[in-house]
Design a protein around this ligand. Structure first.
Ligand code: CO8
Length: 259
């Protein structure tokens, strides 16, 4: 499939790399880009050879937010009728395969929210995160007011959405927004290596791990822990569990088949 606002590649077995590609607008998220991203996720989800995705932008910007020029003249009726960006946000949120956000440069507004919709964020030292929508007289609209406090706590989230200040990569790592910070020239390499490692695991175990970590934000501790134990037990129905444990005992690398 070919896209105008994305570049999709397969850098190694099991890994799909999706690059946001609107350099003229610092990868601002418009309807076309988010429509194409939804299609690319559909394709990756349907492709059994894809086990993990990496979503990235350019050196200058992961994404500088939703496209202000596209939005500026819209009416409430238009925003509501189109459920503006609702479908795309749900598509990313509901992807069953892991997505790593590889962020360099600006991740602002919808760009920061897009990164937070992914499963974890690997940041270049140049990364800058922010929710500056208040400067435009609006607010985050793709989960920023909800996911940012869950990631960094109320104090920093409130500071960021009310003052529009940006957080650099070091602060984002200290605050728990990103999992790793690496030099800019190593960032993509690091993200692709993490994706390759995930792609080498049992896809069944990967999917269940992802589902349960996400469930931690939606359930009580006791419900989550019970769900985890049930799924742990259920993994014993798969050949991959037998293979993983046999390989450990036999001191060899496991070969997971996804069954
Ligand atoms: N939308 C449209 N175009 C953009 C955007 C954007 N968000 N960001 C940058 N651009 C464009 C600029 O207009 C400029 O284009 P042109 O050359 O044609 O004038 C080009 O990208 C380069 O940008 P700058 O010249 O401004 O580059 P600088 O290096 O000087 O500044 C900044 C970089 C600081 C990133 C600056 O561009 C900026 O502040 N951008 C806007 C950041 C922002 O406010 N983001 C939030 C947008 S609102 C949002 O994300 C809401 C999400 C929820 C939507 C859906 C809800 C349901």
């Amino acid at each position: 499939m070919s896209y105008e606002t994305l570049i999709v590649e397969t850098p190694s077995a099991g890994v799909a790399l999706i690059r946001l590609n609107r350099p003229e607008a610092l990868n601002a998220l418009n309807s076309q880009l988010l429509g194409e991203l939804s299609k690319a996720l559909d394709a990756a989800e349907a492709d059994e050879t894809v086990r993990c995705l990496v979503l990235t932008g350019s050196d200058r910007a992961f994404a500088a937010g939703a496209d202000i020029k596209e939005m500026s003249d819209k009416s409430y009726a238009q925003m509501f009728s189109a459920d503006f960006f609702g479908a795309a946000a749900r598509r990313i949120e509901q992807c069953r395969k892991p997505i790593i956000a590889a962020v360099a440069g600006y991740a602002l507004g919808g760009g920061c929210e897009l990164a937070m919709l992914c499963d974890f964020i690997i940041a270049a030292e140049t990364a800058k995160f922010g929710q500056p929508e208040i400067n435009l007289g609006v607010m985050p609209g793709i989960g920023g007011t909800q996911r940012l406090p869950r990631a960094v706590g109320k104090a920093k989230a409130m500071d960021m959405v009310l003052t529009a200040r940006m957080m650099d990569a070091a602060e984002a790592e200290r605050a728990g927004l990103v999992s790793r910070v690496v030099p800019a020239d190593k960032m993509l390499e690091e993200a692709l290596a993490a994706a390759a490692k995930i792609a080498s695991q049992s896809p069944l175990a990967v999917a269940m791990n992802k589902e349960l970590v996400n469930a931690a934000f939606e359930t009580t501790l006791s419900t989550g822990v019970t769900m985890e134990r049930r799924l742990f037990h259920s993994l014993f129905a798969f050949e991959d569990q037998k293979e993983g444990m046999a390989a450990f005992v036999e001191k060899r690398k496991p070969e997971f088949k996804g069954r």
